[in-house]
Design a protein around this ligand. Structure first.
Ligand SMILES: [Zn+2]
Length: 238
């Protein structure tokens, strides 16, 4: 965040800690993702060499953050922890998935502007992982939503070439998913109808239905392959 972007004063907002960096002179810098503000960096000064925020200054914690903007810097004053998602530590796959989603958000979400839709999607992803949804399906869903927020998510329903409905699978290229007719000369990964249906379900089912479906669904390899494909869409943004 650009120093001085906020007016000097006190702020309170709910959200989560995306990243933690140890600062050179004790204390920490935290990348917070806050409702109404989006991602922003805040200093979390230590008190006598101790972290005075306890577990509240850790990534994946959700809570209400009290902040102070000085003329030069934004500081964290206190955290009222609402949810720490400690249960995720019981599943290495779920925890690793959550860590990747946090890293992706820290790297890709534009700072300096609110992004409440994405913040809700990140919260939902953590809840879905805790509820036992297949991590690869949660990861695909969240990545697709993050790309959708930026307006660059590939359509899972219509051909990127001609706009026809993708009724029988398609070819996943760097410019979108193409139907059989448009795919003739293109390079990409073939998607069967079954695979495309799974991706569509992951991206578009409402939260509760998604949790129910993704707790029972197989097809981890489908999601793993297409998570890789979606990653190239982030590179397209550079
Ligand atoms: Zn087409």
């Amino acid at each position: 965040m650009i120093a001085g972007q906020l007016r000097q004063g006190y702020y309170q907002a709910s959200g989560t800690v995306l990243l933690r960096k140890e600062a050179s002179r004790g204390g920490r810098s935290l990348l917070l993702f806050l409702r109404g503000f989006g991602p922003l960096w805040a200093g979390a000064p230590s008190a006598g060499g101790k972290n005075r925020f306890g577990g509240g200054a850790e990534p994946m914690v959700w809570g209400s953050f009290s902040l102070y903007q000085s003329p030069s810097r934004l500081y964290l004053q206190s955290v009222d922890v609402k949810e720490d998602f400690l249960q995720l530590r019981g599943s290495p796959a779920a925890l690793a998935c959550a860590a990747r989603l946090y890293r992706l958000t820290a790297d890709e979400a534009p700072s300096g502007c609110e992004n409440d839709g994405l913040l809700r999607a990140l919260w939902s992803a953590a809840v879905q992982l805790r509820a036992g949804a297949l991590p690869a399906a949660v990861e695909f869903r969240y990545m697709w939503k993050l790309l959708a927020v930026m307006g660059t998510a590939p359509s899972l329903g219509y051909c990127a070439g001609c706009g026809e409905k993708l009724a029988r699978g398609g070819l996943f290229t760097d410019e979108g998913i193409l139907c059989g007719r448009c795919a003739a000369q293109a390079k990409g990964a073939h998607l069967s109808e079954r695979e495309l249906l799974a991706l569509r379900a992951a991206a578009s089912l409402p939260h509760d239905k998604f949790v129910e479906w993704a707790s029972k669904c197989a097809g981890e390899e489908i999601f793993a392959a297409n998570i890789k494909k979606l990653s190239s869409y982030f590179r397209n943004l550079l």
